[in-house]
Design a protein around this ligand. Structure first.
Ligand code: SF4
Length: 730
């Protein structure tokens, strides 16, 4: 699959959008006779993609052929300081070198660091810059396992919610996306469907045409909230309280489904006792809703059939985010919503894709490393601490002396940006970044290696918003000397002298490993036994086995057991948490950084560091076409009129937003998008933001209650009017 591409005069190639999005769209790339991609379009035959792409990727060729793309390996010039560089002048501190030189020099330096400080002083840093199975986690994992490098706990986005969902259901599986069209009530909880799960939206619209109501629970007035029948703007971090309040009303009014509870769940009596504490009046005081609204929501949710709940990862980005997901997740089990097709819930569908990760990632290679054991683990959500504090205590292991970044842009996305920058600025820290563009992270790199887009390499992909296995075929040659993750880490392994044959595997061989292709040519992975690689090459997308005949044999999870939890039931009472000595039931504890926290007097506003609708985290933020789409809220601090008036701030005024971790300057946008006491601004590249710093200057490295994940939405700040002059200086 990595051999020379066909030379037909014009061809259409099946690829898959590998950006971090539930939709995993099937993308048809039209390639002209010169081998140039001339069009990208959604595949009309893929039942979830339905022939369209989101606004971010519809313009994808702007990204592929952007003149700013990094096309060759680069090395920092001798004596050139690390640190932020103005956009367009980053190349001045780098010099081009060949791939052979770059690989030799990087391998030699990593070896030297491993010999001197131990291999755990080398830290990989990656996330979901690509969610293709190979590009996301395969040859890179083999490489770092074999080296004995620190392992990275990849917690920055979804870990709290994923772990919490699994405590209740055992596996990240939920409703069929296409079945949302059958719902009579769609409850979008922390889910901006229209903004970042847009292929669910047509099914929601279809349901609404058939009489369904759309209720959105979100502190921010998202695009989805603006289109809802009822937008409930609860206070940040109070989701668990609301879910428990709904349980209270449901149980108080006898609206639970006792037959379903008896057959399918574990711990009902304990949960009922816990829910009794959460009266509507108590919950109203936390959430900002009225008791009547809580009762109304509970009744509507419990008595409408089918009721579909779409929860997304926004819910779990607060300190109590794991518990919040647990509390929300039990609702469809309490009401028996799973029983009716078109009812139930979806957080993620990723648990249905049983890739052969052992073969892909080879964790066994750690035993062949100089350590002879699994290496220590470093949490990516505390990168600032990892780069500045690790090594201070012997039991924590060595300091980080080398950082290898790919599929991520921690200079922009990691919390507590000032601490991260202090770490990245360490002159002796050896930093390699595999990237497409000069970013907030490449400003600190010793070497930059050019990376590929999903058009330029072959991969296989599942999804976290549907149930199709898809093959992404390379459609164009990489520009310049851009190379894929698989190629990069295979080459580096060979330079390091690792003798294992797996470092020579081709992408096609690795796809066969991911599918665990058996002697008969079929996958042996559960749910994929009907899939062959040839069929994937021919069709591009194939549903998982349980979704092959949705009309005659619709998949309805959790309608019968066993459930893959310790009790083999849906766990209202978590046996895993109980065994760990933790509270096994959902409960509400206000976040430390909330209006109930001890610092709320000094920093009385709750800050939402939002993801921009037209970027993908930090991806796309450098493209002018995307920046224009984001113009309405870019560099703006959204405020409630009461909070603005209390500080003498008018719409359009320059403002300073600050806490003990940092400060940034934005322009006030006094609108109705946030409730009183809450302010919001969206993530952008620091180097493209006023003052060269972004919202993560304010976020903390505090971790969630479950899953040890980032807490981007538990942040206290104060806001003051700034002088125009200060703004210009910034
Ligand atoms: S970002 Fe999401 S919606 Fe947009 S094309 Fe990619 S998978 Fe589809």
């Amino acid at each position: 699959m990595s051999a020379a591409l066909p030379t037909a005069p014009f061809r259409i190639v099946h690829t898959v959008c590998s950006h971090d999005c539930p939709d995993s769209c099937a993308v048809l790339v039209s390639v002209d006779g010169e081998g140039r991609a001339v069009k990208v379009a959604g595949d009309p035959s893929q039942p979830v993609t339905q022939g369209f792409l989101c606004g971010k990727v519809a313009k994808y060729l702007d990204r592929v052929y952007a003149p700013e793309r990094i096309l060759y390996p680069l090395r920092r010039k001798s004596g050139a300081q690390k640190g932020p560089r103005p956009r367009g002048r980053e190349h001045e501190v780098f010099e081009r070198l060949s791939w052979d030189e770059a690989l030799d020099e990087i391998a030699a330096r990593l070896q030297e660091i491993a010999n001197r400080f131990g291999p755990e002083s080398i830290l990989p840093y990656s996330y979901a810059g690509t969610i293709g199975v190979l590009g996301n986690a395969s040859m890179d994992r083999r490489f770092f396992h074999r080296m004995g490098a620190s392992q990275l706990d990849r917690t920055i986005c979804s870990e709290a919610g994923g772990v919490a969902w699994n405590l209740v259901y055992g596996k990240k599986i939920g409703m069929i996306t296409e079945d949302f069209r059958l719902a009579k009530l769609v409850l979008a909880w922390g889910a901006n469907i229209h903004g970042n799960n847009v292929h669910l939206w047509p099914f929601v619209e279809q349901a609404r045409r058939n009489g369904a109501r759309l209720i959105v629970i979100d502190p921010y007035r998202t695009r989805t909230a603006a289109l809802a029948d009822w937008h409930i703007a609860i206070r940040p971090g109070t989701d668990a309280a609301l879910a428990l309040g709904l349980m209270h009303v449901i149980l108080n009014e006898g609206l639970e489904d006792r037959a379903y509870i008896d057959a399918m769940t574990h711990g009902f009596e304990q949960l009922a006792q816990r829910a009794r504490e959460y009266t509507p009046e108590r919950v109203a005081a936390w959430t900002g809703m009225t008791a009547v609204e809580i009762e109304q929501l509970a009744r509507e949710y419990a008595t409408t059939r089918p009721a579909a709940l779409r929860m997304n990862y926004g819910v779990q980005r607060s300190e109590n985010g794991g518990t919040a997901v647990m509390a929300i997740a039990v609702l469809p089990a309490l009401t028996g919503a799973w029983k009716v097709r078109g009812g139930g819930a979806q957080l993620s569908t990723s648990g249905a894709f049983a890739w052969n990760k052992q073969a892909l990632e080879r964790p066994d290679l750690a035993l062949a490393s100089p350590l002879g054991r699994k290496a220590r683990t470093v949490n990516m959500s505390t990168l600032g601490q990892a780069l500045t504090e690790l090594g201070a205590k012997p039991e924590g292991g060595p300091p980080v002396h080398a950082l290898f970044v790919y599929n991520s842009n921690p200079g922009a996305v990691a919390p507590n940006q000032n601490a991260v920058r202090r770490g990245l600025m360490r002159p002796e820290l050896f930093t390699v970044v595999h990237e497409l563009f000069f970013t907030d992270t490449t400003d600190y790199a010793d070497y930059i290696l050019p990376a590929t887009t999903f058009l330029e390499h072959t991969d296989i992909q599942g999804a976290y918003g549907h149930y199709f296995v898809q093959l992404s075929q390379q459609s164009i040659e990489p520009p310049g000397e851009a190379r894929s993750n698989v190629w990069l880490f295979g080459q580096l392994a060979q330079r390091m002298g690792f003798p294992e044959a797996c470092f020579h595997d081709t992408p096609e061989e690795m796809i066969r490993q991911a599918l665990a292709i058996g002697a008969n040519g079929h996958s042996t992975n559960p749910g994929m036994e009907h899939i062959t690689l040839d069929d994937l090459k021919q069709h591009g997308h194939i549903p998982l086995g349980f979704h092959l005949n949705p009309e005659t044999h619709p998949f309805q999870p959790y309608t019968s057991g066993p459930v893959p939890t310790p009790s083999e039931k849906i766990e209202f009472y978590s046996e895993i948490l109980a065994a760990d000595g933790l509270d096994p039931l959902p409960g509400f504890v206000p976040p430390t950084e909330s209006r109930w926290g001890k610092d709320a007097q000094r920093f009385p506003l709750e800050f939402l560091s939002r993801k921009a609708d037209n970027y993908m985290n930090s991806t796309f933020a450098n493209l002018d076409s995307h920046r224009k789409m984001e113009a309405r809220v870019r560099n703006r601090l959204e405020m409630h009129p009461a909070d603005a008036a209390a500080r003498g701030i008018a719409d359009g005024d320059p403002v300073r937003i600050f806490n003990d971790r940092g400060s940034l300057r934005l322009t006030a946008l006094v609108n109705g998008s946030v409730p009183a006491g809450v302010v919001a601004a969206s993530l952008d590249w620091a180097k493209l933001s006023p003052g060269g710093i972004n919202v993560n200057a304010l976020t903390s490295e505090r971790l969630t209650d479950i899953g040890a994940a980032a807490t981007f939405y538990s942040v206290l700040v104060e806001v003051a009017k700034a002088e125009q002059k200060q703004m210009q200086e910034a």
